[in-house]
Ligand binder design. Structure first.
Ligand code: XMP
Length: 535
């Protein structure tokens, strides 16, 4: 018997994995998403991975991402030439393109005066593998100071710009392709088409990957992993834990028990959605812990945001651990010792990549471990979403028949409305904020804006009062802040330019319907400098 650790299980339903080699910056994740949008499975690997290891995965193609380095800089990431000689189709973008050019004997200049941002690309060979069916003049997005001035031998130059003579090159015989721009960003008008041309025409990959494959694959893998043991899952009301739980439920049915801690800081209707609609849709066995009073007591008299976060986090872990222990004890009565061996977590692919786990080797256990584990009990993790992006998780949820309100839910912070009240958290204030938030959500949905807005925190400035007039009387009420933001990943955000009439309707309804609120204000700050949440 060999003592070596077992190799990763083969991807039975997705033999066509495309590896995206990450040269830094934030492009690799976007490229991987775009490849999957083209219905081809992709994974990100670090540029430090030895080429032999990449090839050992037998990828259907390899994409080299952009990155901030210059190929001339000392310590800049390099690539073993063997990558281009293995017969695997390769597509280089931006830095990946320059590296490919340099490695194969072309010339890369770093004279500086290059294009950034929106640029006009001139396609000089219209029927080429990459550009067929796209216009001779098209807008692309550039983001690098270096550029290629001479293509390597054997390559045909297929596009240029006003200042860059070699903005794309192709070698059909060797199946090697490259572009100076970023096809993965929205501002490259035909970017997705160019990427798909590489995948389908250049690399000959069939677009067959779907989230349906993921469900089948995961259900089989979870059954195999869990056997006849039992699993437990904490539900937060958010998309990730709901979809992870539904997937595990599909695989092992009543061997799974879910726990939902109702901390009283949820928005209107959300607890009921989990208690009724989620259970109805999945048939999951759910333990709901009503801990509202416990959280209110712990938060009484506390206004400091950091202090509030700490209290909510601490109480959450205590309540969750207690519920876990109860479930384990109950199951032990019925099923013998150590009956619950698995803990389900809704870890997503960006968490895995960002914690250095893109290779599948890093340990990310602590990353999402919100519940904390009892010390005397060791759980193995089940993370059925760890290869998926958020939008794919939503698709899986939809296919599993989860309620639309859960699947399409916008991001909501773990500490809930507790951090959307500026000031002390009390039951009255929570109820008031719940009403205002429900009105805003209702009107945004009615106006069809849910998909345009990343999230719209509604905030109560509980420590602020101002004078107003309503009916015949003077009022002295609180302001409500609307914080609609547009974002791709919450790292940066801009305030959403929402239609005035929708804002007007929300404002009128909130001031009419929510007692003690006499003003609605709009937050017009981007992130940075503001954060998305007020606290
Ligand atoms: P900020 O306010 O830092 O928020 O711009 C960025 C994103 O993170 C969410 N957020 C949280 N999510 N637990 C969470 O699960 C938290 O404590 C938390 N705080 C902020 C926020 O809603 C936004 O999407």
């Amino acid at each position: 018997m060999s003592s070596a650790s077992p190799a990763a299980a083969p991807d039975v339903t997705n033999p066509d994995v495309v590896l995206v080699v990450d040269f830094g910056a934030q492009y690799a994740q976007l490229i991987a998403r775009r490849v999957r949008e083209a219905r081809v499975y992709s994974e990100i690997v670090p540029s430090t991975m030895p080429v032999q290891e990449m090839l050992a995965r037998k990828p259907a193609a390899i994409i080299l991402s952009g990155g901030p380095s210059s190929v001339y800089a000392e310590g800049a990431p390099r690539l073993d030439r063997a990558l281009f000689e293995a017969g695997v189709p390769v597509f280089g973008m931006c830095y990946g393109f320059q590296l490919m050019a340099q490695t194969l004997g072309g010339t890369v200049d770093n004279s500086g005066a290059r294009e950034y941002g929106r640029t006009d690309l001139h396609v000089s060979k219209s029927g080429s593998t990459l550009f067929e069916g796209t216009p001779a003049e098209q807008q692309v997005w550039m983001s690098h100071g270096d550029a290629c001035s001479a293509a390597p031998e054997g390559f045909t130059v297929t596009a240029s710009t006003g200042v860059v003579p070699v903005a794309a090159f192709e070698n059909d015989e060797k199946k090697l392709y490259g572009v100076q721009h970023h096809p993965e960003v929205m501002h490259s008008t035909y970017g997705q088409q160019v990427l798909e041309h590489f995948l389908y025409r250049g690399a000959g990959i069939e677009p067959t990957w779907t989230t349906g494959n993921v469900i089948e694959e995961q259900v089989a893998a979870i059954r195999e992993q869990v056997g006849d043991k039992r699993a437990i899952c904490g539900l937060s009301g958010g998309v990730d834990s709901a979809v992870a739980a539904a997937l595990v439920q599909k695989a092992i049915g009543s061997q799974l028990t879910c726990v939902y801690v109702d901390h009283g800081l949820m928005r209107k209707g959300e607890t009921e959605q989990v208690e009724k609609d989620f259970v109805a849709a999945t048939g999951v066995s759910l333990k709901v812990v009503d801990a509202e009073q416990r959280f209110l007591d712990a938060l009484a008299g506390v206004s400091d945001p950091e202090e509030k976060r700490k209290i909510i986090g601490r109480e959450f872990i205590r309540v969750f651990e207690q519920a876990q222990a109860e479930i384990v004890a109950e199951a032990a009565g019925e099923h013998g010792e150590q009956p619950v061996q698995f803990l389900v977590q809704g870890t997503l692919y960006p968490d895995v990549v960002e914690s250095g786990g893109g290779t599948g080797t890093a340990n990310i256990k602590s990353h999402h471990n919100v519940g904390g584990l009892p010390e005397d009990l060791e759980f193995e993790l089940i993370e059925p979403l760890r290869k998926l992006f958020k939008d794919e998780v939503r698709m899986v949820g939809q296919e599993l028949g989860l309620p639309e309100e859960i699947v399409q839910r916008q991001p909501f912070p773990g500490p809930g409305l507790g951090i959307r009240i500026v000031g002390e958290v009390t039951k009255e204030r929570l109820d008031l904020l719940r009403e205002a938030d429900a009105i805003a959500r209702e009107e945004l949905t009615a106006a069809g804006l849910d998909r345009d807005i990343w999230q719209c925190p509604v905030v109560l400035l509980a420590d602020v009062r101002s004078v107003g007039v309503q009916g015949d009387g003077r009022t002295y009420g609180h302001p409500i802040v609307l914080r609609p933001v547009s974002s791709e990943d919450a790292m940066t955000a801009d305030w959403t330019r929402m239609p005035y009439d929708v804002l007007a309707k929300i404002s009128t309804r909130i001031t009419n319907e929510v007692a003690d609120v006499n003003r609605v204000v709009l937050d017009v700050t981007s992130k940075p400098p503001g954060t998305i949440e007020w606290e």
